[in-house]
Design a protein around this ligand. Structure first.
Ligand code: 5GP
Length: 212
């Protein structure tokens, strides 16, 4: 028997943030709240951290395998972040969207830019901490990275945050429940209050980057 034709294909929702902005926790909460939502498990050449599992948090691959995937056109986007390679598997995304599932991508601004070019209907969301001081506090309290890594990530966080205007929406993770509600609104198509074109949003972002 022929399968019923699908009339809806899923959408891509890209979430980018400097590390320490709370993106991983928010992503988990979004997935828990919507069983139809899928997570794009990225490929990376970095080593697993803590309780991370292969095929769950990331697909951990060696640099040769990663290069072969690029050459074969198997990655929708890829970028070097903190000296390691990260990329989104094209087949996984296509399988989910063809089955009608929306997909969350936890990727950096470089990847977000490539996704926008290749799949213009994607929705791009940037998550910011409420201040640079708070970001530093969160990075230190995580306790999983060395001092050298923390310093490098702090230095890169600011540069990463400068890219917020390239995104459709900005969510500031001050109060966690509010940030989650804002993200759920964006996924449901009600994100106007977080649009990066909104004057209040632009002012807030500028204040955070100015160290206010
Ligand atoms: P982490 O090593 O802390 O898990 O991730 C470091 C950074 O790499 C984060 O900003 C994360 O969003 C980004 N990242 C993870 N997967 C991908 C990916 O597939 N593509 C791109 N461009 N960035 C990714």
């Amino acid at each position: 028997m022929a399968a019923a034709a699908r009339t809806t294909t899923g959408k891509l929702f890209v979430l980018s943030a400097p590390s320490g902005a709370g993106k991983t926790t928010l992503t988990r909460a979004l997935l828990a709240a919507d069983p139809a939502l899928r997570f794009s498990i990225s490929f990376t050449t970095r080593q697993p951290r803590g309780s991370e599992r292969d095929g769950h948090d990331y697909f951990f691959v060696d640099p040769a395998r990663f290069a072969a995937m690029i050459a074969a056109g198997e990655l929708l986007e890829h970028a070097a972040v903190f000296g390691q390679h990260y990329g989104t598997g094209r087949a996984q995304i296509e399988a989910h969207t063809r089955a009608g599932h929306n997909v969350l991508l936890d990727i950096d601004w470089q990847g977000a830019r490539q996704v926008r070019q290749r799949m213009p209907a994607s929705v791009l969301v940037f998550i910011m901490p409420p201040s640079l001081d708070e970001l530093e506090r969160r990075l230190r309290s995580r306790g999983t990275d060395t001092e050298e890594v923390i310093r490098r990530r702090l230095a890169e966080a600011r540069a990463e945050m400068e890219h917020w205007p390239e995104f459709d929406y900005l969510v500031i993770n001050d109060r966690w429940e509010e940030a989650l509600a804002a993200l759920r609104g964006i996924l449901a198509g009600h994100g106007a209050a977080c649009a990066t074109t909104a004057p209040a949003v632009r002012q807030r972002a500028a204040a955070i980057l100015a160290g206010a």
